[in-house]
Design a protein around this ligand. Sequence first.
Ligand SMILES: Cc1ncc(COP(=O)(O)O)c(C=O)c1O
Length: 357
Amino acid sequence: MRAYNFSAGPAVLPEEVLKQAQAELVDYQGTGMSVMEMSHRGKEYSAIHDETIANIKELLNIPAGYSVLFLTGGASTQFAMIPMNLLGAGQTADYTNSGAWASKAIKEAKALGNVNVVADCGKEIPTRVPSINELKLTDNAAYLHITSNETISGAQWKVFPEHDCLIADMSSDMLSRPLDASKFGLIYAGAQKNLGPAGVTLVIIKDELAERCPETVPTMFRYKTHIENNSLYNTVPTFPVYILCLVTRWLKAKGGLEGMKKINEEKASKLYAAIDTSDFYKGTAVKEFRSDMNVTWRLPSEELEAQFVAEASKKNLKTLKGHRSVGGIRASIYNAFPMEGVDALISFMKEFEAKNG
Ligand SMILES: Cc1ncc(COP(=O)(O)O)c(C=O)c1O
């Protein structure tokens, strides 16, 4: 039996995708080899690689002049690679601080250049992301960095600020809703939440930005290297890209990102309604900025929270414990998380409140 897996990441993948990968695992389409065992420059893998790029371009309607890259090192490596490539000597980069992940991005950028934190709500409780009108932007900043969804606190940007060079860490909401990619200079995400298994990092970059990179940056850390080599400068993580390919096909079959957004909003609004109609559960994020991906809330005591997580687990509702840094409950309901799992959680919440409220 499959668990209802509320893990924040690595996270649930579509069952259809896992089953197809299982069917093709040992002998990929009559080749007698697993995708894991093939050359990353051979015909079969090349077809997977190119289809994945094409599907992502189609899903996000990415205009000409942008590249879709498959890198390694997770989103955490992007925290450093972005300032290494895009923050020139004497320039300033603007960052918004919305919580744990934004803070990590800021820390890396500060090690490499001048950083201006243009809005700081990183430690506020209840949690939120900044409002656009509170950003105190630097004139001629090299870029503005935001974290589109704070995975730990459960706060999400609903409308994006405008900037000549807007950069977003979309690790926990990439491909969960439609996006005007042309408004961004660079978007990045570790795959292990909404896209596929850990091991590949998706980067979408406006090509002209890669020209900014100083000569001193080593080859593997230059976006230009990966753009010029179609992400095949070195051995690309072939199997994670293959799963990402299957996930993009699954997304297209679900009606693309418009279709996905509707499903995601329905799941999230049901769960938030269950929280709001109770005096027992208390949502963690400011309503206006509540995430559709990571729903966070508290119970009246930490003891009750521990009991909630333990009893839920016995009912096959797994990994609901909040991040170790903040506690509470967190239900991550990414694209692949099924609606029935949300319904099952809501029934359990009602039952638990009736017994313990
Ligand atoms: C918003 C966000 N950014 C960055 C990261 C770090 O990603 P990685 O583990 O791929 O380096 C995470 C991981 O949970 C995240 O949620």
